[in-house]
Each structure stands twice: as structure tokens, then as C-alpha cells.
Design a protein around this ligand. Structure first.
Ligand SMILES: [Zn+2]
Length: 379
């Protein structure tokens, strides 16, 4: 049972965490702060034994926090925490909110210490472990974050942070350690798209074509159907899947990549027909310079979904090369094609965020694996 359930109203709103659009508090002067302190002190004496009153009192702290007034919010928690004879559950709750205040204010060490103190009282509550996991992840302590998610029994998140740990090992040249960590990630969650992606990227870098083909086949079977395109998008981007490197590389692909693209096309053609994979097959063929074959794949894509705008755009591009166009007409056309190409191809199925880079954890709503490919423009 959640330790927050000792209070009637346990639901916290996302707006608690959101940054305020303006900053207040700073301009109110020292006497204002002293008055608040005195009022907070009086209130804390009155409310300390009544859970309902404590709830309202802590909500006041949350209100300050949401306004960016971290100091006042923390005062509210501290004034409760120091009361002698305070019920342990209430103390834990105040410490938990104090941890969230510090976390929100960027005082990460103090946040961890408050959460750990709350944990000493109520044990491994999911709310506290989640906060600690997010703090560890934010501080790039991926091993620690994975361990917290393991305690929380959230394998998707655990595997994600193991994959990121493996990526760190790779960049340090610790390849054996990286491989072991990736194997562990796949053991934890065999559908972990980010782990498979790192396995494939590594094999492509090593030039291990046969191994790559086998693993790509397995990955296609294990990764959820709606996320399979992430594997191809990621392989095309070549690693740094978690970094800030733009995914659409400017320079043309080299000859070394073509055999890998060809075996991917082979595997895709043997899997269930799927409009997005069909489109990616065409894209891989285009990269290998096989324009005619790509055209056939694009036609098939449109047969599966006639509103699939990107397939239409690529077919239009292919057809354009065969037309005699005046330079002015071609200029106008290029303009529209370029605008269309800038449309962001991915969206978060939870909150609708649109992006042109793959993501595993939505940067806006924090949903996991909610990325989807925009098959139609109104998506
Ligand atoms: Zn989202």
C-alpha cells in the first residue's frame, strides 16, 4: 500500500512539477518572509495531529513550490518535521514533500537526503523510489537508476537505463562490460527497443554482417510491432541514440553500410506486411541507389495505406526526375517538397508532441515508449 494513502487525498497533479512561467517571492522582502515564517509556525502547531489538516497544510507547501517559492515550501515541511510526537507517517510524508521541494529547486543532494530519511520511516514506497530513480537518471547515474526501477518492478525503465549504462561503457572502450550490460538489459526486458538498437549498431560498426542479420531478425520479432521502425531509424543514425546528435545525417552513406541495409530489406520482406516497415524498406533501397526497386516498395506502401504521405512524397520525387520541367516550375516544386520534408515524422501517442528525432521517454509527458510514426499528416 502506498504510504501516501494515510491521507485522504493522495493524488498529486502534474502541475506540481511544472516550472512556473514567472518567478515570484524574490521581490517580497525580508519582513514578508519573516511574517510567513511566523504564520507557518503557528499553523504547524495546530495541524500536527490531524491528518486532514496536515493534508491542507502540505498542499499550501505544494502551492508555494508550484510558484517557485522553494524556501517557503521547505519551511512548511520543516516546521512539521521538528514537532515532537509527530506521527511517523506524517513525518515521512513531510520529508517526501521536502525532497520534492529540493528536487524542484535543483538542490539534488538535499533532495536525496530527504527521500532517504522518509524511506527509513516507511521503507521502499513506490513514490519515494520513483523520485530517487528519476534523480539518479537525471544525474546520469544509470546503474543506480536501473537498480531503483528493478525494485519498482518496472522492466522497461530498468532496461532503458541498463542500455544507457552500456552506451557509457562503449564510449569508454569497455566493450566486454558493455556487452554484458546489454545482455542483462535484454534479459530484464526482451522487448527493449533501445537495447536491441545498441546491439545492432555495435555489430554494424564492427562490420559483422551475419551476426547483424541474425540479431535484426530476432529484434524484429521481440520489439513491439509499433516500435520496430525505431530500430531502422536508429541504425540509420548510427548510435548516439540518447545523445543530441541530429538523426538526419547530411553526408551520404558509405559503401560499407549498403550490405547492412540490404539484409534489413531482406528481413523486412519476410516479416508481416506492415505499412511503416514497407516504407522503411523503400528508404533503405533508395539509400543503396536502387531507385526502381524502391519505387515498387513505395507503391506497395500506398496500397497498404493510401494516406501515407511520406510514400507519396518519395514517389513524387522519383517521378519528378523523369519529367521535363522548366527551371521556374522546378524551383516552385522544390520549395514545396522541401517544406513537406521538414514535417516532423514522429509523435507521442500520449500527449501529441511532435518531433523529428526518436525518443524513448517523451520529453513532454514522460510516457515510456509512446513514440509513433505519423503515417498520416493529420496525426
Ligand atoms: Zn508525450
Amino acid at each position: 500500500m502506498s504510504f501516501l494513502s494515510v491521507f485522504k487525498k493522495k493524488k498529486m497533479t502534474a502541475s506540481d512539477n511544472r516550472a512556473p512561467s514567472y518567478s515570484s517571492g524574490a521581490g517580497k522582502g525580508k519582513s514578508g518572509l519573516a511574517d510567513t515564517r511566523a504564520a507557518i509556525d503557528e499553523l504547524s502547531k495546530v495541524v500536527k495531529d490531524t491528518p486532514e489538516a496536515v493534508e491542507i497544510y502540505l498542499a499550501l507547501g505544494n502551492l508555494y513550490r508550484s510558484q517557485g517559492e522553494i524556501e517557503r515550501a521547505a519551511q512548511i515541511r520543516n516546521s512539521l518535521i521538528v514537532r515532537p510526537g509527530l506521527a511517523p507517517a506524517i513525518k515521512a510524508r513531510a520529508l517526501y514533500e521536502l525532497g520534492r521541494d529540493f528536487s524542484r529547486g535543483g538542490f539534488l543532494d538535499r533532495a536525496v537526503s530527504a527521500f532517504e530519511k522518509a524511506r527509513e520511516i516507511v521503507g521502499d514506497s513506490p513514490e519515494i523510489l520513483t523520485e530517487l530513480a528519476e534523480l539518479a537518471a537525471g544525474g546520469r547515474e544509470f546503474e543506480k537508476a536501473a537498480a531503483y526501477y528493478s525494485k519498482l518492478n518496472q522492466p522497461v525503465q530498468e532496461a532503458h537505463y541498463l542500455a544507457r549504462l552500456a552506451e557509457d561503457y562503449n564510449s569508454e572502450g569497455e566493450y566486454a562490460l558493455a556487452n554484458r550490460t546489454l545482455r542483462k538489459a535484454i534479459d530484464v526486458s526482451e522487448s527493449s527497443v533501445e537495447s536491441w538498437l545498441l546491439v545492432l549498431t555495435r555489430m554494424k560498426q564492427e562490420g559483422a554482417l551475419d551476426k547483424f542479420k541474425k540479431k535484426f531478425n530476432i529484434a524484429l520479432a521481440k520489439v513491439p510491432k509499433h516500435l520496430r521502425f525505431v530500430l531502422i531509424e536508429g541504425v540509420l543514425a548510427e548510435s548516439l541514440v540518447f545523445g543530441e546528435t541530429p538523426l538526419q545525417k547530411k553526408e551520404p552513406d558509405n559503401d560499407r553500410s549498403y550490405p547492412f541495409y540490404e539484409v534489413m530489406v531482406e528481413e523486412i520482406s519476410q516479416a508481416d506486411p506492415d505499412v511503416i516497415m514497407q516504407y522503411y524498406g523503400a528508404r533503405l533501397l533508395q539509400l543503396c541507389g536502387k531507385q526502381e526497386e524502391a519505387g515498387v516498395w513505395l507503391e506497395k506502401t500506398l496500397m497498404l495505406n493510401q494516406n501515407f504521405w511520406l510514400a507519396r512524397l518519395e514517389l513524387f520525387n522519383l517521378a519528378q526526375d523523369q519529367q521535363q520541367l522548366t527551371s521556374s516550375f522546378k524551383n516552385q516544386l522544390d520549395f514545396f517538397v522541401n517544406v513537406a520534408k521538414k514535417v516532423q515524422r514522429f509523435t507521442c501517442s500520449s500527449c501529441g508532441l511532435k518531433r523529428d528525432r526518436i525518443f524513448f521517454n517523451c520529453p513532454r509527458c514522460r510516457s515510456w515508449h509512446s513514440i509513433s510514426f505519423r503515417k498520416e499528416l493529420n496525426q
